[in-house]
Write a protein that binds this ligand. Structure first.
Ligand code: GLU
Length: 292
C-alpha cells in the first residue's frame, strides 16, 4: 500500500514538474524496498528452451473482458491476463503467441506441450494442484448465477429443482452445490467432494454441461437451462438486457498462472507474479481494467 502510494505520488509529481525533489526521494525509497524483496529468477533447462525458441506460448480466454478478450475485427487480445503474458515474455526476451482456450481445453493443451502456461481465469484448487503448478493468485473473483428476468429467479432458494448450465471442466457446479448446502437450501447428505460429478447430481438442482460459454448463453435464451452459473467476470459479457444476477455471490475463485507440474518455469513465473503483486503492477491492471 505504502509503495503504491509512493509510486502514485511519483507519477503525480512527474506531471507537475514543480515537485521534483519529492519525486527523487519517493522513487529512491520505492526502489530500495523493491530490491529488498526481489527474488532471483532462475533459468532452468525448460526456461532456456522457451528463450531459445524465441516464443512464449500462452493459453488465454477470448471473451472475458478485462482478463482475456479478443477483438473480433482486429484479432488483438487485451486484458490483465494478456498484459501478464506480455510481461513474462518481455522478461524472457521472447515474443508471445496466444492460443484461445476454454475451461475444457486449457489443461489438455498444457499437458500436450502445445502451450507453456495457462493464464485464463484458471481457479486454483487443491485437486488441480495435484496435476499442475499454480502461481500465487493474481486476482480473486466469485461465482454467481445469471438468469432471465422473466424467470423470476432471484435467490439460491429459487434455483430449487431448476437446471443450471455450466462449463465442462469448471468449478461452477461444485461451487453452486456447496453454496446451496451452506445456505441450507439443500441438505447435502448426498454430497461427497471427492466423487462429485455435475452430470450425476440431482439433489435439489441439476446441471447441463457445455463446451463453451456462448453455448450456455444460447441455452439460457432458449430455456434449455433456467440459469447460467460461473465466475462473475466471465458472466459479465452475457448479462444483456432482460438478464440479471441472482442475489448471491459465493465460492471465492483465486486465479493463478498454471504451468507444468514441477517445472522450472513454474518457479520463474511465480517469482514474477510475486514481484508484480509487490510493486503494484497487478493492482495497476485491476485499476486499469476497472476490475476492483
Ligand atoms: N474459473 C473457474 C474455473 O477455473 C470457471 C471456469 C473458467 O475459468 O472458465 O473452473
Amino acid at each position: 500500500m505504502k509503495k503504491r502510494k509512493l509510486m502514485a505520488l511519483g507519477l503525480a509529481c512527474t506531471m507537475a514538474l514543480s515537485l521534483c525533489g519529492t519525486v527523487a526521494f519517493a522513487e529512491e525509497e520505492t526502489e530500495t524496498e523493491a530490491a529488498e524483496t526481489e527474488a532471483e529468477l532462475v533459468i532452468t533447462e525448460d526456461v532456456q528452451e522457451i528463450i531459445d525458441r524465441g516464443v512464449l506460448r500462452v493459453g488465454v480466454k477470448n471473451a472475458v473482458e478485462g482478463f482475456g478478450y479478443q477483438d473480433t475485427l482486429t484479432g488483438e487480445y487485451s486484458g490483465m491476463e494478456i498484459d501478464i503474458a506480455n510481461l513474462i515474455a518481455e522478461e524472457l526476451g521472447v515474443e508471445v503467441e496466444f492460443t484461445t482456450v476454454t475451461a475444457a481445453t486449457r489443461t489438455e493443451l498444457l499437458d500436450s506441450g502445445d502451450i507453456d502456461c495457462v493464464i485464463a481465469t484458471f481457479t486454483i484448487t487443491d485437486e488441480r494442484r495435484e496435476s499442475w503448478d499454480f502461481s500465487t493468485p493474481y486476482y480473486t473473483d466469485h461465482v454467481t448465477v445469471l438468469v432471465k428476468d422473466s424467470s423470476e429467479i432471484t435467490t439460491l432458494e429459487d434455483l430449487l429443482d431448476k437446471t443450471v448450465g455450466v462449463s465442462s471442466g469448471s468449478t461452477s457446479a461444485r461451487s453452486l452445490v456447496e453454496a446451496m448446502i451452506e445456505a441450507e437450501v439443500i441438505s447435502g447428505d448426498d454430497y461427497d467432494s471427492e466423487t462429485f460429478d455435475p452430470a450425476l447430481w440431482t439433489d435439489g438442482v441439476s446441471f447441463r454441461q457445455y463446451d463453451d460459454y456462448p453455448a450456455i448463453s444460447t441455452a439460457l435464451e432458449s430455456d434449455e437451462v433456467d440459469a447460467f452459473c460461473v465466475d462473475k467476470s466471465i458472466l459479465a459479457i452475457y448479462k444483456t438486457e432482460g438478464r440479471s444476477y441472482i442475489d448471491a455471490e459465493f465460492a471465492p475463485q483465486e486465479y493463478g498462472v498454471a504451468t507444468t507440474k514441477d517445472s522450472g518455469f513454474s518457479a520463474y513465473v511465480d517469482t514474477l507474479i510475486n514481484r508484480w503483486l509487490e510493486d503494484g503492477t497487478i493492482d495497476g491492471f485491476i485499476e486499469e481494467y476497472a476490475l476492483g
